[in-house]
Write a protein that binds this ligand. Structure first.
Ligand code: ADP
Ligand code: ZN
Length: 707
């Protein structure tokens, strides 16, 4: 059995060995047993049902909650030469009938379905008349009513046990907690399922959490090291998403906004571009994520604090699904804490629920102020013990300095107490630093005994201290009033001198090591050209086939080509991720690139592709020119081509005032019949409109007439 499974793994998928529990799971299901699979994102869940599906007779039915995910999987299988289809609401009746016929004739090996479709009586009856190889239930945690992804339709999947008693079922999820696990077993009737629990560590992700000072500047410094990489920047509010996306575009980064307030078509369009193009940055609220299967997301940056470690783990987990180095980076400050606590206080729900949420937030804050290995702390929260510090997080790499903050903490607490427990951090810091201003004089705070006792420390040191006192729960925030600070019960031992306080020392932002990143060093500079050439070929093939680039080959496979430099087809066939079908289809083309026979990476098509990305991200022609290091004239020429092929609209491409644009259009349309050549109008607009603009407008009009 396992021999056969390994052969399929190699021939179809092009991989040499199973990972973690894959072999055991596949063996179990192939032999007809049920399984519950808990594996982190990127762990390789898909193979757990795809390989048994190929080992067993009949049709494998995979339940998945998201159309985008299904389409992605079907495209991937298609490229591998496996007959798979997704039945979803976007298909016409005729298309559906055609698929049903193909299934009946046994031409389809894997069928992807949304749960609500599977449980329709007609569908169940249809399937009962067939030979079913297995049921795979992906994202099985959707059955949990307590989880954040609850889907009522999932509850109905329980009936599969009764209707198909002989068909093996496997449920898969990346949600690890015990309660969800038990709920899956109970609701899906998986009492006899073997359980496979993997480590939830994501060893390829580097974790870094920095104190928030000038967040945009900090973000830019982080991104500057990752030019050309795809990533997600999470923000809390829609407004901030818009602002940050615009800011990044201005700074020359191809960034798109994503939040629930955008029209749904635009949202879908941005998501699609993120999946299909390389190197885009999605600036998003947490509305963006579920169903993002893009394997080569190289970083996830948080500009705001998530509300729990569950969220943090899940959101950062979208980086590096492909197993290659990736970064999780976050900037956090006192304002985040205030904001989240305020949200919590104003939220609906009973006291018990709020207490739970409060604990979750506290755990998140503790991770931020943690002085030990971040990964150990994070995994410990999920009941997993990591024996030694990981060596792959900021705390491990940079080391953490702690200091005895007992005395200044008492001074800070005293400043809060003596000023009446109603002032915010700004005012409290003014008191401690002895600043003589109107706001201090009003209430007479210049007479307080603590006035000026903190002159020995800088303002930022005091702010850090207050943040840490709040994070540790020694100080509360007055959430009904204006966010002033109050002493909490738990600070009494400190005030009474019964305990001391060790705190983390914030590193200076410019600490030399703080920018080092595994992900940014994925490809060495001398390999750049070949790497870009490989990516360019992949992009071209992806466009031809109408699939995302990673469906052609994942980054890991390109990287292995780059490192092993195969020169023959059989050597190419040994590269991990190159199965028989892909070798036949693409082997030669990639060998040519590696042998330097292909055209250089920067063919005009590539340049145009990049230009389109930049323009769509909101850059003006002159910004694009500086980004692509070419002349503006060149940019306009490429824009005109893109417009002619209707890849860009005139409005997207140009940054002209509407009226002026109208005037140019009118000038072209003034004559009878044929559009006049640009040269004829150049004089008329000299000094007002770049000649390139005229080319673009003409191209647009021409495209319009041809259509
Ligand atoms: P999950 O669904 O658990 O998030 P996937 O099934 O998408 O993970 O797999 C993540 C990546 O790892 C994919 O690119 C997949 O092809 C790759 N992968 C899975 N199993 C193996 C393996 N045994 N050897 C090499 N690559 C693998
Ligand atoms: Zn560590």
């Amino acid at each position: 059995m396992l021999d056969q499974a390994l052969r399929i793994l190699k021939d179809v998928f092009g991989y040499d060995a199973f990972r973690g529990n894959q072999a055991a799971i596949i063996e179990r299901v192939a032999q007809g047993g049920d399984a519950l699979v808990l594996m982190p994102t990127g762990g390789g869940k898909s193979l757990c049902y795809q390989v048994p599906a190929l080992l067993r007779d009949g049709l494998a039915v995979i339940v998945s909650p998201l159309i985008a995910l299904m389409d992605d999987q079907v495209a991937t299988l298609d490229e591998l030469g496996v007959a798979a289809v997704a039945l979803n609401s976007t298909l016409s009746n005729d298309e559906q009938r055609l698929i049903a016929e193909r299934i009946r004739r046994g031409e389809i090996k894997m069928l992807y379905l949304a749960p609500e479709r599977l449980v329709q009586p007609r569908m169940l009856a249809f399937l009962q008349g067939l030979d079913i190889a297995l049921f795979g239930i992906d994202e099985a945690h959707c059955v949990s009513q307590w989880g954040h992804d609850f889907r009522p339709e999932y509850l109905q999947l329980g009936q599969l046990a009764e209707l198909f008693p002989k068909v093996p079922r496997l449920a898969l999820t990346a949600t690890a907690d015990k309660r969800t696990r038990e709920e899956i077993v109970q609701r899906l009737h998986l009492e006899d399922a073997e359980r496979y629990l993997s480590s939830f560590d994501r060893p390829n992700i580097f974790y870094r959490i920095v104190p928030k000072e000038q967040p945009r500047k900090q973000l830019l410094a982080f991104l500057a090291e990752r030019k050309g990489d795809a990533g997600i920047v999470y923000c809390l509010s829609r407004k901030k998403v818009e602002e940050v996306a615009a800011f990044l575009a201005e700074q020359g980064f191809p960034a798109l906004p994503y939040h629930a307030g955008l029209p749904s078509e635009l949202r879908a369009y941005h998501q699609k571009r993120f999946l299909n193009e390389e190197g885009l940055i999605m600036v998003a609220t947490i509305a963006f994520g579920m169903g993002i299967d893009k394997p080569n997301v190289r970083f996830v940056a948080h500009l705001d604090l998530p509300k729990s470690l569950e969220s943090y783990y899940q959101e950062t987990g979208r980086a590096g699904r492909d197993g290659l180095p990736a970064d999780a980076w976050m900037a956090y400050g006192l304002q985040d804490v205030v904001f989240l606590k305020q949200m919590l206080a104003n939220s609906e729900g009973d006291e018990r629920h709020k207490r739970v949420e409060q604990h979750k937030l506290d755990a998140m804050l503790a991770l931020c102020e943690e002085t030990r290995c971040r990964r150990q702390t994070l995994l410990a929260y999920f009941d997993e013990e990591l024996a030694a510090p990981c060596g792959h997080c900021d705390n491990c790499v940079d080391g953490v300095q702690t200091w005895d903050a007992t005395e200044p903490a008492r001074q800070a607490l005293s400043a809060i107490y003596r000023s009446g427990q109603r002032y915010g951090v700004g005012h409290l810091v003014d008191i401690l630093l002895g600043r003589d201003n109107e706001k201090i004089r009003g209430p007479g705070h210049q007479h307080l005994s603590v006035f000026g006792v903190g002159k020995g420390r800088s303002e930022s040191e005091w702010r850090t201290l207050f943040r840490q006192l709040v994070a540790r729960g020694l100080v509360d925030i007055d959430l009904e009033g204006y966010g002033g600070l109050r002493l909490s019960e738990s600070c009494r031992p400190l005030l009474r001198g019964e305990v001391t306080l060790e705190l983390r020392r914030d590193l200076a932002t410019k600490a030399p090591k703080s920018t080092s990143s595994a992900a940014s060093q994925l490809v060495q500079s001398h390999e750049r050209d070949t790497w870009e050439a490989l990516r360019a070929l992949r992009r071209k093939l992806a466009e031809e086939h109408g699939v995302p680039p990673y469906v052609i080959f994942p980054d890991a496979t390109l990287l292995e080509m780059l490192r092993s430099m195969p020169t023959t087809l059989s050597a190419m066939g040994r590269v991990s991720g190159v199965g028989a079908r892909k070798l036949e289809r693409y082997g030669e083309a990639f060998l040519d690139v590696l042998g330097g026979k292909a055209e250089p990476a920067s063919t005009p098509v590539d340049l145009r592709h990049e230009l389109i990305s930049l323009v769509r991200a909101g850059m003006t022609p002159s910004q694009v020119a500086s980004q692509l290091k070419c002349t503006e004239k060149n940019v306009y020429a490429l824009l005109a081509e893109a417009i002619a092929e209707q890849q860009l609209s005139l409005e997207q491409a140009l940054d002209l005032p509407e009226e002026l644009l109208g005037e140019v259009q009118d000038a072209f349309l003034d004559g009878e019949g044929e559009l006049p050549p640009v040269a004829e109008l150049a004089e008329q607009f000299r000094g007002r409109v770049n000649e390139g603009v005229l080319h673009c407008v003409r191209a647009a009009l021409q495209a319009e007439f041809q259509a």
